[in-house]
Design a protein around this ligand. Structure first.
Ligand code: HAM
Length: 403
């Protein structure tokens, strides 16, 4: 039998590569305008780094990490995400001593042993960014504005949801209230959550089991327990987002699946995929917990495959245009093709020789949605004949009005 790729590990080829590069290129160009610097991190780290940062009692660490021993018996892991490695590098290279604050981004494969399905793989790619050393909510607003710009530049519709998880001051009271609530609901919780509710009750809030999800609907909300300074931080962030005209929705059930978060957390959720495509938040204690000086920090990561899937949906809806020149009209036809491309459309210019019928057969072969037929009459009148390839309907319209 011929060898196949490993389950959950996929090749990226054909048109998927174009979409992958488009997501990556768009994110890079937005990050560049915000003056983030690139860092290339290793794919393998000591497993302990992820246990100590993402948290022992999380799905990622308990169930999803690829952990192995090397020949010397060191316990290593394929990185499941990029924040922990960036923090490790920030401390290791004493970046905190070089500048008052630091803005980094990374791109590359991440590995999680999850059940594969559309948009969920065991090897997937993220482009992520982290800001170290800024306490002010302006940084939260900047990071969320970067997320918003990436989505907007790609033409992707996703709702940005935000929440605040509080800090060392206010989290304990919330944790206690949540624990008390969950202890009255034990019979409705899955086996994992019965033990989670003692060791890490917040994790129950993002359990994927239906019965747990139903149960936590009435659970106490983090925002009702925020101390004054967390409240002020969250309110200021919301004010800034409004000033920047960034639409957002508050979701008091949003807790995220990693333990390092404090205060602001956010996710961009795409309704058509019914999943999160970009996610992030603050982690003000992580640098110190991993051995660095106290340094507030925050960041986000884009799931490149998930955004690529959304781009594919958009392309399928919009379809391909094929411009068919017919007679001595090459210059005018090229101009029309360019106009369409400038409006963001995917356009093929037909170089196929032969009569109109042959060219339309070619358009069918390419699965074009519209044929833009341009003959000498059309050129003279400054119009095109637009043919809907599915219904066969066609009409003459002004070249500027095709889209
Ligand atoms: P995360 O929510 O675990 O956060 O992952 C971020 C994004 O990676 C998700 O929104 C999703 O698009 C993508 N992703 C996650 N798992 C998979 C998978 N199995 N297959 C395909 N795509 C996936 C983090 O990783 C944090 N490090 C984000 C962050 C940065 N927070 C602060 N700084």
């Amino acid at each position: 039998m011929a060898l196949q790729s490993v389950r959950g590990f996929h090749d990226i080829l054909g048109d998927d590569i174009l979409r992958f590069k488009k997501v990556s290129g768009t994110a890079r160009s937005v990050l560049k305008r915000h003056n983030f610097e690139e860092i290339v991190l290793p794919v393998v780290e000591y497993a302990e780094l992820f246990q100590r940062s993402i948290g022992e009692v999380t799905d990622i660490v308990q169930k999803e990490m690829f952990v192995f021993k090397d020949r010397k018996g060191r316990v290593l892991a394929l990185r499941p995400e990029g924040t922990a490695g960036t923090v490790r590098a920030f401390i290791q290279h004493k970046l905190y001593a070089k500048r008052p604050y630091t803005k980094l981004f990374y791109e590359g494969p991440m590995f999680r042993y999850e059940r594969p399905q559309a948009g969920r793989y065991r090897q997937f790619h993220q482009i992520g960014a982290e800001v170290f050393g800024v306490q002010e909510p302006t940084a939260d607003a900047e990071v969320i504005s970067v997320v918003y710009k990436i989505l907007n530049s790609l033409g992707i519709e996703a709702v940005i949801e935000i929440n605040s998880l509080g800090c060392k001051e206010c989290r304990p009271a919330y944790r206690q209230a949540l624990k008390e609530f969950l202890s009255t609901k034990e019979e409705n919780l899955c086996k994992d959550c019965v033990s989670r509710k003692e060791r890490n009750p917040l994790r129950v809030l993002d359990c994927k089991e239906k019965s747990c999800q139903m149960t936590v609907k009435d659970a106490p909300k983090t925002v009702d327990f925020l101390c004054d300074s967390c409240n002020e931080h969250f309110n200021k962030l919301k004010e800034l987002l409004t000033e920047l005209s960034i639409p957002y929705r508050e979701n008091s059930n949003l807790v995220r699946g990693l333990d390092y978060y404090t205060r602001t957390v956010f996710e961009a959720v795409a309704e058509s995929l019914d999943t999160t495509v970009i996610a992030g938040g603050r982690y003000d204690y992580l640098v110190e917990e991993l051995g660095g000086p106290p340094t507030p920090a925050l960041g986000f990561a884009v799931g490149i495959e998930r955004l690529s899937l959304l781009l594919k949906e958009i392309e399928e809806q919009e379809g391909l245009y094929i411009v068919i020149p017919f007679g001595n009209v090459q210059g005018y036809a090229l101009e029309v093709a360019e106009k369409l491309r400038n409006k963001g459309k995917r356009v093929e210019f037909s170089y196929r020789k032969g009569g109109l019928r042959k060219q339309l057969e070619f358009a069918d072969k390419l699965r074009a949605k519209f044929a833009v037929i341009i003959g000498e009459d059309e050129m003279r009148e400054g119009v095109v004949t637009l043919k809907d390839m599915e219904s066969g309907e066609q009409s003459k319209i002004k070249a500027d009005e095709i889209v």
